[in-house]
Design a protein around this ligand. Sequence first.
Ligand SMILES: Nc1ncnc2c1ncn2[C@@H]1O[C@H](COP(=O)(O)OP(=O)(O)OP(=O)(O)O)[C@@H](O)[C@H]1O
Ligand SMILES: [Mg+2]
Length: 349
Amino acid sequence: MPGAIYAEGLVKTFGEVKALDGVDLEVPEGTVLGLLGPNGAGKTTAVRVLTTLLKPDSGKAVVAGVDVLRRPNEVRRSIGLSGQFAAVDEYLTGRENLQMVGQLYQLSARDAKKRAATLLERFHLADAADRTAKTYSGGMRRRLDLAAALVVSPPVMFMDEPTTGLDPRNRQELWVVIEELVSGGTTLLLTTQYLEEADRLAHDIAVVDHGKVIARGTSDQLKARTGGERVEVVVHEREHIATARGVLEGFGKGESVVEEHTRKITVPVTGGAKLLAEVIRELDARGVEIDDIGLRRPTLDDVFLSLTGHVAEVSETNGAPDAGAGAGTGAGTGTGTGQDGTGAKETAK
Ligand SMILES: Nc1ncnc2c1ncn2[C@@H]1O[C@H](COP(=O)(O)OP(=O)(O)OP(=O)(O)O)[C@@H](O)[C@H]1O
Ligand SMILES: [Mg+2]
């Protein structure tokens, strides 16, 4: 029995680029799948295929029990989408944007109004509710777009980098909203570059790279697979980074990662506290002064790095104020979401 979201062998090519190279996914009902991957991995393409906005070259997808390729209109009635680029109507106010989505979903004018007011409050947009979206900051647009995706609560939701461009407080608050949504039974596929977000929200994680799923499991399973612990050292002087790195790699079980601006060097190790003492002695012997040193378990960032060779990075264009001018969520409205930032209304092609 496939889950609420099911994909098998999805392939999508754009000229030379294989954006999806045989992607299989399964998201059981009422759970959250975090789709992680470096820029260009194929996350948005996968979301667009699953939300009927893009036709794959081959493969199969079933969402909410309905075949995505054969019955896209029916799928649209069961899903909500918040795209990577906020899609709000610039010339309408925040309130009007939300009311319009409600009416597209066939809420009565009264209910649409009520729902809009609730969401504006919840997403801290009440003060700006009656200003045109044109005057909103990137983070405000992002919040309005998310609110639009939640006007009705469809059984299956897709969120492509929902918190990119939000400040930490708004991000935390959105996590709470998402948790509430999921505890109400919604199935969610979420892409994110914030691994902390995946750690907190996702029941399962799939890591994609070059259009393929290269690892999957719970956050703990992936961390366990990455293995060992990490020694993290912050040196006092930038000039000592190279020496310290040499020392750490001598003790390490893999490549080190250097964060120049914080003067932090991290290396995977096995050997625990005893090893830590040896590292300190050796650094001292080489005259390297340290500000901080510690031993920690691998984080999801380490998992990501060891799997993809990339540090998670947020795409620069996210939350750009020139985002598309489509109507809110693609679901049910048939309007689609201008995910490519052009504002073009997409149909399956
Ligand atoms: N419409 C398109 N035309 C041509 N190439 C495309 C198109 N859409 C995506 N691609 C290419 O397909 C690959 C996957 O893109 P996709 O947007 O799915 O990546 P992503 O994982 O969402 O990346 P990001 O983290 O930057 O959002 C990239 O190489 C991208 O350049
Ligand atoms: Mg993307």
